[in-house]
Design a protein around this ligand. Structure first.
Ligand code: GDP
Length: 269
């Protein structure tokens, strides 16, 4: 595969799905094919969002240059990151030019998934009460590009200003590899800034390639995935057989400390 893998995250209601839709349309207008992985938490935050996404995305779903896959998180936490990133691999192998992963920035798993992309977009929106939602969601630092959506709304300038001043206070204005993190304004309603956003994504990819950072990122993303998968596999194996109940018994008797029991358990694997 050769896909540019783009992660997109932001709090519920920040306009992610609408933005993904607008970006996908723009990529298609450029003749690029787009795979979309929408990780939906199926939580009280966004009940029914999968259906909403389907309706909103339905004109894209008719386009053979677009493939959309929703993954629900309910009951799948832990395995979710693996499932989402495996889906990205398949779309990449299938030859899509761009793969977008959309996650709700509400849990570590979702943040991890977005962070496993080559370019990370963090979406904030005016009118959600808190000026800088990215901080609350713990995603300020992982952004390569900040997007303030819904800039057709009058209070958007305030959100942009808050975000910019936050970035200048921290060390995140420039990524460690010399990329200046832009704060872009978009409106999916008026299509303001969508061209610029796509241009900025392309510029970021070019920057990753030029600096050799693309290889560095790929390596570190793979390393994280392998470690996480190994952890999952280990956890499954720990629960199997009766070695676990044996060491629990020993610890209960006071013959072993929990740590000794854990070490004994690992030796049985
Ligand atoms: P998500 O939960 O982050 O995926 O957010 P959605 O894309 O579902 O958008 C949340 C709400 O904001 C919806 O009611 C959208 O119609 C609205 N919205 C999204 N983008 C814009 C925009 O550019 N301008 C305005 N005014 N509203 C928007």
């Amino acid at each position: 595969g050769k896909a540019h893998v783009i992660g997109l995250t932001g709090v519920p209601g920040s306009g992610k799905s609408t933005l993904v839709h607008a970006m996908a349309k723009q990529f298609r207008a450029d003749g690029r094919t787009v795979g979309i992985v929408a990780v939906d938490p199926s939580s009280p935050y966004s009940g029914g969002a999968i259906l909403g996404d389907r309706v909103r995305m339905s004109d894209l779903a008719m386009d053979t240059g677009v493939f959309i896959r929703s993954l629900a998180t309910r009951g799948a936490l832990g395995g979710l990151a693996r499932a989402a990133l495996d889906t990205v691999d398949i779309l990449d192998a299938a030859g899509f030019d761009v793969v977008l992963i959309e996650t709700v920035g509400v849990g570590q798993d979702e943040v991890d998934i977005a962070g496993a992309a080559e370019t990370v977009l963090v979406v904030s929106a005016p009118g959600l009460g808190d000026g800088i939602q990215a901080i609350k969601a713990g995603v300020l630092e992982i952004a390569d590009i900040h997007v303030v959506s819904k800039c057709d709304k009058p209070d958007a300038s305030r959100t942009v200003a808050d975000l910019k001043s936050m970035l200048h206070l921290g060390s995140t204005a420039r990524n460690h590899h010399g990329w200046e993190v832009p704060v872009l304004r978009t409106s999916a309603e008026t299509r303001l800034g969508i061209d610029e956003l796509v241009a900025s994504l392309d510029a970021h990819l070019a920057h990753l390639i030029e600096t050799g950072e693309r290889e560095v990122r790929r390596r570190s993303i793979l390393e994280t995935r392998i470690i996480k998968t190994a952890e999952d596999l280990l956890r499954q194996r720990i629960g199997q057989g009766d070695d676990l109940s044996k060491v629990v018994g020993n610890a209960l008797q006071g013959d072993m400390s929990p740590r000794q029991a854990a070490e004994a358990l690992l030796k049985t694997l």
